[in-house]
Design a protein around this ligand. Structure first.
Ligand SMILES: NC(=O)c1ccc[n+]([C@@H]2O[C@H](COP(=O)([O-])OP(=O)(O)OC[C@H]3O[C@@H](n4cnc5c(N)ncnc54)[C@H](OP(=O)(O)O)[C@@H]3O)[C@@H](O)[C@H]2O)c1
Length: 258
């Protein structure tokens, strides 16, 4: 059994973040969830406690699109998982400065602000993990997701830059690249399309991958648990020789070899 770690996962009341919280709690760690409202955070805490009655779990309510109050965050962290990510699916020409700024604020600056706060103490303790959750879109840059894709590409440089500040220490900073993943959001997107097209949801999901992610080798959406288990490994002390890296779990969709 690994040493118990104190872990914050941003944007974790649902989706990949929530599944990652469940995976890490199962390993006996202390996990802080995060969402924008007390209601969603309390409902996520309740759901976790139903699944894992002994879970050492708490939460921080914080909307990363606004100024953040760092005093609300845990004083000490071993692992910071910068997972929160938002997107607007729209034409480049219709994407306003405000849309661009909001996505950069939530997707990128959240990680900048939290890393600026937690990296130095991690270096002092000579242990820490910082993970940035990117996306296949950093490589694919679909035409309706140009602003989102740009925020994800920026995360790669941020993560690589921060890893250079950890030289010779027990702290690592890495980027994880998920592909299309069956979160609650993706499920409702598919369900709405299936209803509009009078098709079965499974067929709509398969068609989406075939047409929009033609390089996918798994030819399906990933399950949140598949992504969460990978994140949990890179959050652990066992991943100690991996630093400054980009780790793919996009099922081959980016066609990237490095
Ligand atoms: N799902 C995919 O197919 C996919 C693919 C590639 C990469 N990714 C990346 O993986 C990460 C997780 O994605 P996901 O699909 O699991 O996310 P999601 O389901 O859309 O995320 C929902 C979570 O984000 C929180 N959230 C949203 N805006 C927030 C804000 N301004 N401040 C704080 N929390 C906020 C929500 O909290 P409340 O609702 O409680 O406020 C909720 O916990 C993201 O970075 C995403 O870009 C996802």
């Amino acid at each position: 059994m690994q040493q118990k770690q104190s872990i914050l996962i941003t944007g974790s009341t649902s989706g990949i973040g929530f599944a990652t919280a469940a995976a890490l709690l199962q390993k006996g760690h202390r996990v802080y969830l995060n969402g924008r409202s007390t209601e969603t955070v309390e409902s996520a805490l309740k759901s976790i406690k139903n699944q894992h009655p002994k879970a050492d779990v708490d939460a921080v309510v914080c909307d990363f699109s606004k100024e953040i109050d760092l005093t609300k965050f845990p004083p000490h962290l071993d692992v910071l998982i910068n997972n929160v990510g938002i997107y607007t699916s729209q034409s480049f020409y219709d994407t306003s400065d405000q849309d661009w700024l909001k996505q950069f604020e939530v997707n990128c600056l959240s990680g900048v602000r939290l890393s600026r706060h937690y990296l130095k103490p991690m270096l002092k303790a000579n242990f820490g993990r910082i993970l940035f959750i990117s996306s296949e879109c950093a490589y694919l840059a679909p035409e309706d997701l140009i602003s989102y894709s740009a925020t994800k590409a920026a995360i790669h440089a941020l993560s690589r830059g921060l890893s250079q500040l950890t030289r010779g220490s027990g702290v690592t900073v890495n980027t994880i690249v998920p592909g299309s993943t069956l979160t609650e959001g993706a499920e409702s997107f598919i369900a709405a399309k299936a209803k509009a097209q009078q098709e079965q949801a499974e067929k709509v999901a398969r068609n989406f991958i075939r047409t929009e992610r033609p390089n996918s080798l798994i030819e399906r959406f990933a399950r949140t648990e598949e992504v969460a288990n990978l994140i949990a490994f890179y959050a652990s002390s066992e991943s100690s020789a991996v630093n400054g890296s980009v780790i793919f779990c996009e099922g081959g969709s980016t066609n990237a070899t490095y």
